[in-house]
Write a protein of this length. Structure first.
Length: 234
């Protein structure tokens, strides 16, 4: 099962942990940090599921869930995250249409299990939708099911670490990733790596996806910050 999950969580560390867990499960993820951005992303991206923190700024999770159920895609599954354990808050979330909830602190493994259950129950994700699971950006297609990368239609051989880095960047084109964030994508494949090893992975990827690796147009350096994948095809 492969789904596109929208993560609406204002705690950046928690959001990154959820995003990495989703990628490890073979899903793709878009992360936003306030309720207004969550509604905009839900309308534009039509994700398979929303992981929704209740305590969002601008528009709180209750407001986001109410708006989702009131229009757009009212059937989109919602898993709520709450630091509140009060029964009234949980009941209100469920009454507004949340499919499941978890109370913080929670286990990422349990959250992934809940997401799998909700996706199966909703009939969303790979095998239940006609959507193409391939993540595309800059003429590159990353298939998390076949574990295959294509560049301008040609298959590109990638190491597991390179694949995870490219999958994360293709899922969020134009987002600037720090070396530390990209290093986290490789955990489980290359535990001995340091942040400088990310530069080697990027260099190797450029050899595989760039016409001229010395003048990259796809996989770009953002000096002083990290790297990003262009959202435009060369």
């Amino acid at each position: 099962m492969c789904a596109h999950v929208l993560v609406a969580e204002d705690d950046e560390k928690q959001a990154e942990l959820i995003r990495r867990s989703l990628l490890a499960e073979g899903h793709t993820a878009t992360v936003v940090h306030d309720g207004a951005a969550a509604l905009e992303a839900a309308r534009g991206l039509r994700p398979d599921l929303v992981v929704l923190d209740l305590m969002l700024p601008v528009v709180d999770g209750f407001g986001v869930c109410r708006a989702l159920r009131g229009g757009g895609d009212p059937d989109i599954p919602v898993v709520m995250l709450t630091a509140r354990s009060a029964e009234d808050d949980v009941l209100l979330g469920l009454e507004l249409g949340a499919d499941d909830y978890m109370t913080k602190p929670y286990s990422p493994r349990e959250l992934m299990a809940r997401i799998r259950t909700v996706l199966r129950r909703s009939g969303r994700g790979l095998g239940t939708r006609e959507d193409d699971p391939v993540v595309r950006a800059a003429g590159i297609g990353v298939d998390p099911v076949r574990h295959e990368v294509r560049c301008d239609g040609a298959v590109v051989d990638c190491t597991p670490a390179e694949f995870q880095i490219l999958l994360a960047m293709a899922a969020e084109p134009e987002r600037v990733f720090t070396r530390r964030q990209l290093l986290q994508c490789t955990r489980g494949f290359d535990r001995a790596s340091t942040e400088r090893a990310v530069d080697v992975h990027i260099m190797n990827l450029r050899r595989k996806i760039e016409t001229d690796p010395r003048r990259p147009v796809r996989l770009l350096t953002v000096f002083g910050v990290g790297y990003k994948l262009s959202g435009a095809r060369p």
